[in-house]
Design a protein around this ligand. Structure first.
Ligand code: GUN
Length: 296
């Protein structure tokens, strides 16, 4: 194995520590800690795990965590009414509606109901528009922002580098491409219809894989020395019935060719919650008319 391992778990712990360290000054100025409201609709087991981890991390950072659970039978109107109550609740700085929503609910309509100033997921079109035009006060989706932090920590200035983002989702692929463009990378977004994907990936100094297909990107697709960020978290079946987690990148072959690579688990995964806390802290400062702490 030639590649350096990019330790997202350690970086995320550092970021969570910096966020936690900024809470006392905020609380002293405003009279309360920043508050994050997380809304879970239905019983999806993976979403329940995520929501529990978000709650624990929020409390551990010294913020207020408000959990709202609605049954899978709740109507879209009830969910939007809850979001509207949270929009006007002064103790709530961040609102996150856990996705996916139960079948029949319109995710776009629900996201559109969130106050963009509290949209710590960065999914509202106001925030994606701000990101697209390079507005510094955009709230940026957590996973791609976490990937960018890891890339800048590893590579420093990204200017002029060739970046290939595999996946065009609104949650990861598209905002990731915008962030890399803002860093003056030459950006290609590849997807399921891309012709000769290995040849496209082979051009890249930076590869971000976010497709949700286990072990898809192989070592011989990579330019030697490339930096590889694996956003995939795929549970694959094993003979013992327990299953195990694997990324979108075939780690064993990629680690022989890449210069640096994120592992799964322990790479991008821990960054998402750390950036969520960071976004909540930033949203809380902006809403209070305070300058957000630097270096987050
Ligand atoms: N479901 C999977 N990832 C995410 C995320 O980043 N935010 C929300 N709200 N739901 C998700």
């Amino acid at each position: 194995m030639a590649a350096a391992i990019i330790d997202g778990k350690a970086f995320a712990e550092g970021l969570r520590g910096r966020v936690a360290a900024a809470i006392p000054a905020f609380a002293a100025a405003i009279g309360r800690a920043p508050g994050l409201a997380v809304v879970l609709v239905g019983e999806d087991p993976a979403s329940q795990v995520y929501v529990r981890s978000k709650h624990k991390a929020t409390v551990a950072a010294g913020m207020e965590s408000f959990e709202h659970r609605l049954p899978a039978t709740a109507s879209q109107a009830e969910l939007i009414a809850l979001v509207e109550r949270l929009n006007v609740d002064e103790t709530v700085d961040g609102i996150l509606v856990q996705l996916p929503l139960p079948a029949g609910m319109d995710e776009k309509a629900v996201i559109a109901a969130i106050d963009p100033a509290k949209d710590v997921d960065g999914f509202h079109v106001i925030n994606s528009g701000k990101l697209a035009v390079g507005d510094a006060d955009a709230l940026v989706p957590c996973t791609p922002l976490g990937c960018l932090m890891l890339l800048k920590d590893r590579l420093g200035d990204l200017s002029g580098l060739e970046a290939v983002v595999i996946g065009r989702s609104n949650i990861v692929g598209k905002p990731m491409a915008q962030l890399l463009l803002q860093e003056s990378c030459t950006v290609t977004i590849a997807h399921s219809r891309t012709r000769d994907l290995p040849a496209v990936v082979r051009r890249a100094d930076i590869v971000v894989a976010a497709v949700g297909r286990p072990d898809m990107v192989k070592g011989d697709w990579l330019k030697p020395g490339a930096t590889v960020i694996d956003v995939g978290i795929n549970r694959v079946a094993t003979e013992d019935g327990k299953g195990h987690l694997t990324g979108d990148v075939d780690f064993a072959s990629a680690a022989d060719i890449a210069g640096a690579i994120t592992p799964v688990p322990g790479g991008v995964g821990p960054m998402t919650i750390a950036v969520l806390l960071r976004n909540t802290l930033v949203a809380a400062h902006r809403r209070a008319g305070l300058e957000a702490p630097k270096g987050l």
